[in-house]
Write a new protein. Structure first.
Length: 327
């Protein structure tokens, strides 16, 4: 036994720094384009040669980049998820999280108090951080939305109406409207976020089939029997049990008979033994929300059953999140 793994965990913030900085300077994108040497990369990125070499050394150490005969190449993961402009690119998210490193120093106080000392940013509508955040996190949901569409056989579903509660950048609506040209979607979110979604979906040519309701998901009217599908993606971890149960009940009422609710979130095993990402994400919610957490399968089953859903199934995805289908 050696202390190597413990030291890697202690120095874990260095990985955030290296990946986030490399993403901010588009190093993965330049490498993917065939720029292979430190000097060429420094020139293309507009950064120092010494800084470029330090980043490359760190990326090789993290198994994201490979060096062969002095030439640098993206590994398979970096090529798939860290090259700018690709639908599944997490490069903007990596750069965004670099700016959050300092906030983790507040975790001891949050553990002591049972929550954050100030009003969490996730609970403030008029905050400029949404402009970057909702677009940066969208890539995580692209493959998940595609999987959910396959489960629901969405491309052949015909004329359907979709409600996306807390839809952010409109990623689910964008994926699903592209797959089904007869579908229509409504997103309910805060006005500043809806403005971003309207712009992004209009740019993709979906503006005539996408509309927004500005409001707070805790109090806004979802309607009754209006929708065939409802989406609740990466919202449950920001909410406490009572709010989640109340929202699920309102979503059940908003669905037509036979309608389906799609929940996407980090789900914890009932014995709280895994999976690792969902377990560690609980600390993020302790620090950044007043009631949030990562919830167990049994929690979702209980809440959804009380809301009136008879059938609940869980589906793995390529991301750390799980898709829950409730009917």
């Amino acid at each position: 036994m050696t202390p190597d793994r413990i030291l890697q965990l202690i120095f874990g913030y260095w990985a955030t720094g290296i990946v986030g900085t490399a993403a901010r300077h588009s190093l993965f994108t330049h490498i993917e384009a065939g720029v292979r040497t430190p000097g060429e990369l420094a020139t293309r990125a507009g950064i120092s040669l010494r800084g470029t070499q330090a980043l490359l050394d760190g990326l090789v150490g993290l198994d994201l980049v490979e060096v062969r005969d002095g030439a640098y190449h993206n590994g398979a993961e970096a090529s798939a998820y860290l090259v700018d402009g690709r639908p599944t690119s997490l490069s903007a998210f990596a750069a965004l999280k670099l700016g959050h490193v300092g906030s983790i120093a507040g975790l001891p106080d949050a553990v002591l108090a049972g929550g954050p000392a100030t009003v969490p940013t996730v609970e403030v509508a008029d905050n400029p951080h949404w402009e970057n955040l909702v677009q940066a996190i969208a890539a995580q949901s692209v493959p998940v939305a595609a999987i959910a569409a396959e489960i629901l056989r969405l491309p052949e579903a015909g004329d359907i109406s979709i409600l996306d509660v807390g839809g952010g950048s409109g990623v689910y609506s964008g994926v699903w409207l592209d797959l089904n040209p007869r579908a229509r979607a409504v997103q309910l979110d805060w006005a500043p976020i809806n403005a971003i979604a309207r712009r992004l979906l209009a740019e993709r040519g979906f503006g005539d089939r996408f509309e927004c309701i500005d409001g707070d998901l805790h109090t806004a009217d979802f309607g009754t029997g209006r929708f065939d599908i409802a989406v609740y993606s990466h919202i449950a971890h920001q909410e406490g049990p009572e709010d989640n149960m109340a929202i699920f009940a309102r979503l059940r009422s908003a669905l037509r008979p036979g309608g389906t609710l799609v929940v996407n979130d980090y789900v914890v095993d009932d014995d709280r033994g895994g999976p690792p990402f969902a377990l560690t994400f609980a600390g993020e919610m302790l620090l950044k929300s007043r009631q949030g957490g990562t919830w167990r399968r049994s929690d979702y089953q209980e809440w959804l059953a009380k809301a009136g859903f008879d059938e609940v199934t869980f589906h793995p995805t390529p991301s750390p999140a799980t898709v829950i289908i409730a009917r």
